[in-house]
Design a binder for this molecule. Structure first.
Ligand SMILES: [Zn+2]
Length: 192
């Protein structure tokens, strides 16, 4: 038995394999406890290396699957947003639309907390317009997914994949989820 790190009761372990055409087998693990503790992660089996995926998200490819492990960093450079590993980091499987919705939720919360700051509210509104422009309009946003351990993937032949240099790998955070919005202090977004 594996005891829960919070309460000591027995943990429930679920392991799933995910097979994607043209990609390696992916192991999805999740442990959970009656007390509410849970942790999910993804592990790519076979050959892997520090990698960066890059794709232009638009209305036609929003269904593209994204597997983000606990060590994956997602960046959307045009709107200055990144989702980095943090203390309560969980792996997630979503699609490009799901990534955009996640970011939109964070931006909406940041907007509420900074309602007295006109400049920040305007910036949040601008980001939400860009996201909406991709989901419902004809705009595009670049979605980059970097993982020093190679456990995160964008499952599309449209996505461009490259190996990260040693320097780039060192600069990536791992083990902690933090969402950063350019122009906002750490305190302003720390509770998001
Ligand atoms: Zn527990």
């Amino acid at each position: 038995m594996i005891p829960c790190p919070i309460c000591g009761r027995e943990l429930r372990l679920i392991v799933d394999t995910y097979e994607a055409p043209f990609f390696d087998k992916i192991l999805l693990t999740s442990i959970s406890c009656e007390c509410g503790f849970k942790h999910a992660d993804s592990i790519v089996l076979g050959e892997k290396e520090p990698s960066r995926y890059r794709i232009k998200a638009n209305r036609r490819n929003l269904f593209t699957k994204v597997i983000r492990s606990t060590s994956g960093t997602i960046r959307i450079p045009e709107i200055g947003v990144s989702i980095e590993p943090g203390p309560a980091s969980q792996a997630f499987i979503t699609n490009l639309e799901g990534v955009l919705w996640r970011v939109a939720e964070v931006v909406k919360t940041a907007m509420k907390w900074n309602e007295s700051d006109e400049e920040k509210v305007r910036r949040c509104e601008w980001i939400l317009e860009r996201i909406n422009g991709v989901i419902e309009g004809d705009e595009e946003l670049t979605i980059i997914l970097e993982d020093p351990f190679g456990n995160s993937l964008i499952l599309s032949e449209e996505s461009f994949r490259e190996r990260l240099s040693e320097m780039e790998t060192k600069e990536l955070k791992s083990g902690l989820t933090v969402i950063e919005l350019t122009g906002f202090s750490e305190e302003e977004i720390s509770r998001l």
